[in-house]
Structure formats: C-alpha cells, structure tokens
Design a protein around this ligand. Structure first.
Ligand code: SDX
Length: 428
C-alpha cells in the first residue's frame, strides 16, 4: 500500500522519510512509526482526530460524502436486503454467507442463547433500580468466569467460539437486565424463534401466557440493530481494541467497550436525545431558544444527536432511521409530537450558520430513541440496545486485531506539562 514519502525534520536537523500508505478507500496516510526513532519527535493528537490506530478491512466511512460500508457493501443495500445475523456473519468472516453457511451460523448462535444459571443470581445481586448499562458492564465482564474452555486468546477456535457466545447471549443478558429492573420473571430463550423475535419475547413476554412477537416490532428492531452493528474505530471499539491489546479475554474486552459506549457523547446520546426533546416539549422552550443555548459557549448544553467526529454530512444511518421512524409512527402511533419536534429541530439547524459552518448534522442517535420508545423499549434500555447491536462490531475488531501481523500492545505517548524535576524538601 506504500507510495511516495513525506519528510519531517526534527529540531536537531535529523530527518525522517515517512512512507505514505494508501487504503482501498480514503485519504493517503503518513506512516509515522519510525518518527521517534529517526528524529526523536513524536506526534500530538488529542482525540486522535488525525491518527489511524490500525489497519482494518471491516468498515469504511466517508464522512464528507456520508458513506458507510460494511465489508464493502453500502449500508443502504444491507438495510434493504440483509438481516442482522447475516450482517454479523459478514462482519466476522468478511464475506456474505452461502445459504448453507447461514443456516449453520444461525444454528450455532441459536444454540448458545442460554446463560449459566448463576448469571441469573448474579443479576439479582444488583439493586432493583440499577441502570441496565451498569448491569451489562458487570455481567458481561463476569462471563469470562464461566467460559474457561475458550479464553485462550491465541487459539483462533477459542476466539471464534467466544465471539459466537457473545453474539448469542447479549440479547438474553439485555432482556434479563430489563426483567430484573421491572421485577418480572426471566424467560428462557425460545430457540424456535428468530434472533430478534427471541429477544422481544424475553423482553416483553411473561410465563403466564404465550407471547407472539409482533412482526412490525421485530422488523424495526432488526433494522435498528443492523444499522448499529459497526462503525470503524469509534470510542467504544477503540476501547475494546486497546483493552484486548494487553491480552485481556474477549468478555473483559467487550465489557470495557460497553462501559465506553455508556457515555452521553457516544452511545448514551440516544437516551439524552429523548430527554432533550421531552424537556423542550414540556418546558415550552422554543426551537430558537434551544438552538441559541446549543450555540452559547457559556452554556454546556449541546444539541444531542447532532454532530459527529467523522460525518461532516448526513449520517446515512440517520436518514434510514428517520424514514423508518415516519413509517413506524404511522403504523404504531406513538410519539408523533416528539418526531415532529425532531424534524423541526433538524430543519432549523440546516438553515443555521453555526451548524452549517461546523457541518453538524443529525447522527444515528437523533431518531433512534423515538423508534425505541414507539417499540415500548424504556429509555434506560436504549444504550443497552446499542451495546447488543454493536457487540458483533466490537468482537470482529477484537478478532481482526489478534490476526493482524502488526498487532502490538497499545501504549500512547503524552506531552508532559507537570512540574520540572525537583527534590523532596528535607530541611523541614
Ligand atoms: C455516536 O464515533 C462514532 O462513530 C460514534 C457513533 C458510532 O456509531 O459508534 O457514530 C455513535 O457516538 C454518535 C454521536 C452521538 N453523540 C451526540 O450526539 C452528542 C452530541 N454531539 C457532540 O457531543 C459532538 O458532536 C461529538 C462528540 C459527536 C463529536 O465531537 P467532536 O468531533 O470532538 O467535535 P467538537 O466537540 O470538536 O465540535 C466541533 C464544534 C465545536 O464548536 P467550536 O469549538 O468549533 O465553536 O462543533 C460544536 C462544538 O462546540 N458542536 C456542537 C455539537 N457538536 C459539536 N455544538 C452544539 N451541539 C452539538 N451537538
């Protein structure tokens, strides 16, 4: 992939020839691996806005054009023709499955949906009002204590079975966290149902009566999960890679990713968007007042669901979710006023210089919460839904990292700005 070189010269006149790397798509990259050795210099890039941490063949985003590809396939085409489990196979193995491969993959996932009975009692140790994301961080991390037969990270078969177990069990754990929170009994998975339908039954079903998954709800959730499956080196995926780079087992690495996703600047934004829209709706604040607050540098308020480190155009997922939102609310009813407010807010920002200049558009979280609420998913479960969907992306990157010949433990440098060396006062 190398091409011509860029040259950097340090203070002492030492120069480094930096090879330029070209990926399949995307900008030319200066390879700075030799920089410190050859010039004594290193780079400074808080937030890594100009830094590639790895090579990856899983997902590609063109932020300027609003393009998202999973293993080369446009997200719009996958949304129209694929399923969440087929996308899981694609992200994990790099190619779309043949019908036989898909059947075998579905069987494997279906036959790993149950969790050890002790996980159920582990969950009952949480307070009734524990946030489901706190329970997911703890429970997924604890899963490594149940699978001693597959935590040899240097064994490709162990890596694969761990990935399959995580994808299979996340819906069960997510539903159990919800059941614990609501005091409802845990339902075992029903393996006669599809992956998403099984989740809706464990979430909303009760032992006292037969539960029939609603096809409209299942289809909407299937699409939401597919759209959230992976997204390059976002904060939580980078956390999974950095955690896994020390040799940490896959369950601990995914638990770290769940913790990172919880932040309101990342996966927690879908919950914050609904809180923001509700506050606007019920406070009587006008759209103009809300936008003024978002622009006011003295006000910490930001327009949740807007802006993105990479997209400087519409997030293609937001466009697909907005359309689904419209169709679903027509079918199910629900938060029409909230949806209309969201569309008014979007329209107002598109005409506002502050947002246009900074290329701040709605991101995946802006409309997803409205759909989840229309599906009767409670707000404190929104980020759990995101974690459940993103598990396949996280574990695919974790596997790719372990197969990367250039893999090494991640250990960033820093610029030290503390006190100069000084002696401990001994004359006192
Ligand atoms: C996700 O990385 C991924 O791929 C993430 C994700 C995934 O699938 O994994 O796509 C999922 O996390 C989506 C993002 C969800 N978060 C939110 O919606 C929270 C609100 N958005 C912002 O906090 C912010 O836009 C970020 C965190 C998303 C991006 O932050 P950046 O890239 O660090 O941008 P920045 O903070 O440097 O902002 C640049 C400018 C600043 O103004 P100036 O200093 O230039 O005057 O834009 C302003 C910011 O103040 N700005 C906003 C804003 N977002 C950025 N102003 C008001 N409201 C906002 N939402």
């Amino acid at each position: 992939m190398s091409d011509s070189v860029a040259t950097i010269t340090g203070e002492d006149g030492k120069s480094a020839e930096l090879p330029l790397l070209r990926g399949t798509h995307g900008p030319v990259v200066a390879d700075v691996r030799g920089l410190r050795k050859e010039t004594g210099l290193f780079t400074y890039d808080p937030g890594f806005a100009s830094t590639a941490s790895c090579k990856s063949s899983i997902t590609y985003i063109d932020g300027a054009e609003g393009i998202l590809l999973y293993r080369g396939y446009p997200i719009e085409q996958l949304a129209e023709h694929s399923s969440y489990l087929e996308v899981c196979y694609l992200l994990m193995y790099g190619e779309l499955p043949t019908p036989a491969q898909m059947t075998s993959f579905e069987d494997i996932i279906t036959n790993h949906t149950m969790v050890h009975e002790n996980i159920r009692s582990f969950l009952n140790g949480f307070r009734y009002d524990a946030h489901p994301m706190a329970m997911m961080v703890g429970t997924v991390g604890a899963m490594s204590s149940f699978y001693h037969d597959s935590t040899d990270i240097n064994n490709p078969e162990h890596r694969e079975i761990s990935a399959q177990r995580l994808i299979a069990k996340m819906p069960t754990l997510a539903a159990y966290c919800y059941n614990h929170h609501t005091g409802r009994p845990f339902l075992y998975p029903d393996n006669s149902l599809g992956y998403v339908a099984n989740f809706t039954r464990m979430m909303f079903g009760v032992p006292a009566e037969e539960y029939k998954p609603d096809p409209t709800v299942v289809a909407a959730l299937e699409l939401i999960m597919l759209l959230h499956a992976d997204h390059e080196q976002n904060a939580s995926t980078s956390t999974v890679r950095l955690t896994g780079s020390s040799g940490a087992n896959p369950f601990a690495s995914i638990a770290a990713g769940i913790a990172s996703l919880w932040g309101p600047a990342h996966g927690g934004a879908n919950e914050s968007v609904i809180n923001m829209l509700d506050a606007i709706l019920y406070s009587g604040e006008t759209i103009e007042q809300t936008i003024a607050r978002a622009k006011d540098k003295n006000d910490p308020f930001r327009l949740m669901g807007f802006g993105h480190r990479v997209y400087k155009n519409f997030d293609p997922r937001a466009k697909l979710i907005q359309k689904m939102c419209h169709d679903l609310l027509q079918q199910l009813g629900g938060d029409q006023p909230l949806f209309e407010l969201a569309m008014e807010l979007e329209k107002a920002t598109l005409a506002d210089e502050y947002f246009v200049e900074r290329k701040l558009y709605p991101n995946v979280d802006f409309y997803s919460g409205i759909i989840l609420r229309a599906l009767d998913i409670p707000m404190n479960m929104f980020t759990v839904m995101f974690a459940m969907s993103r598990t396949v992306g996280w574990i695919s990157h974790w596997m790719e990292m372990h197969e990367d010949p250039e893999f090494r433990i991640g250990r960033p440098q820093q610029v030290y700005t503390g006190a100069a060396r000084r002696d401990y006062p001994t004359n006192t």
